[in-house]
Design a protein around this ligand. Structure first.
Ligand SMILES: [Zn+2]
Length: 284
């Protein structure tokens, strides 16, 4: 390898790739296969402009349209002893954590935020699915409890936005302990008569569904999201029955009383501000 291939070539490649990524990025909709220009998709809140399929929207992007301008304030939470078991499967858990932190620029899969919606203060805990499938481990429990405590101090609403495969298996039983921890935190919110509003996004499954995600005072769901505990295939194999086509979707859950509102994410800010107006106007 000479200096040309070693030094100059990578620089040229990096330059060309960067330009290509910036200018020609098209995203294929997983639902209708339509190619959409990335800029148009971003302007449309990551919703397919052809079929209305809601693609993932990561927490910081979501906050841009949910919160009033210049009110976003990120809150840190404890990530001590994330890998207390020194767990290793195909890869070390500590390495998985490092990769996810680099990818998402977050300490764990929750983004904890203070802000305002139409001047109503809120605390929001939003999940990033890119961080180990939004799985719930000890740090997520820490973030959740901290968020609930701040909502109590400020007498404001606690909004949670799950997107999760469930418990963080690499933390063993500690991950399961986060289910009662989050529920205990919500009990404090309930005792103080403050609203807990959940925005269910795709997917919300496993231990997250089996704990705080189904304990909202009001459940809003994004259209077409998968929401359930065990997967459809597992249930079919267990009960030996064919389940309906739209089983475990937002729309199915709305029909069966598990969800209150199914709404495009474009409308979430307006819906939240109405709920806050009704539930908190006489409180502060
Ligand atoms: Zn589409």
């Amino acid at each position: 390898m000479n200096w040309l291939t070693k030094s100059v070539l990578p620089k040229i490649k990096a330059f060309v790739n960067k330009e290509e990524t910036k200018q020609n990025l098209w995203i294929k909709c997983k639902s209708c296969d339509q190619m959409i220009f990335e800029k148009d998709l971003n302007k449309n809140f990551n919703i397919c402009t052809t079929c209305n399929f809601h693609m993932p929207l990561y927490p910081k992007e979501r906050m841009k349209f949910l919160l009033d301008d210049n009110t976003f304030e990120q809150i840190d939470y404890s990530t001590e002893n994330q890998d207390i078991l020194g767990f290793k499967d195909l890869k070390k858990y500590s390495d998985r954590l490092k990769d996810s932190k680099r990818k998402t620029e977050q300490d764990d899969c929750i983004l904890l935020v203070k802000g305002k919606i139409e001047s109503f203060p809120v605390v929001i805990a939003a999940f990033d699915f890119r961080f180990m499938g939004g799985s719930m481990g000890r740090s997520v429990g820490n973030a959740f409890i901290k968020g609930a405590n701040i909502a109590l101090d400020q007498k404001c609403a606690f909004v949670t936005i799950p997107s999760s495969g469930g418990a963080r298996m690499q933390e063993g039983i500690i991950s399961l302990m986060q289910m009662p921890r989050t529920i205990a935190a919500l009990q404090m919110i309930e005792d103080a008569k403050l609203p807990h509003i959940v925005i269910l996004t795709n997917p919300t499954t496993g231990g997250v569904t089996a704990s705080f995600a189904m304990l909202g005072d009001i459940h809003i769901a994004e259209p077409g999201a998968t929401i359930g505990f065990a997967g459809k295939r597992v249930i079919e194999e267990t009960v030996k029955e064919k389940l309906p086509e739209n089983f475990q979707t937002s729309e199915y859950l709305l029909e069966h009383g598990m969800v209150d509102i199914v709404a495009d994410r474009k409308k979430h800010r307006e819906i939240l501000s109405n709920i806050l107006d009704i539930t908190l106007s006489n409180k502060n």
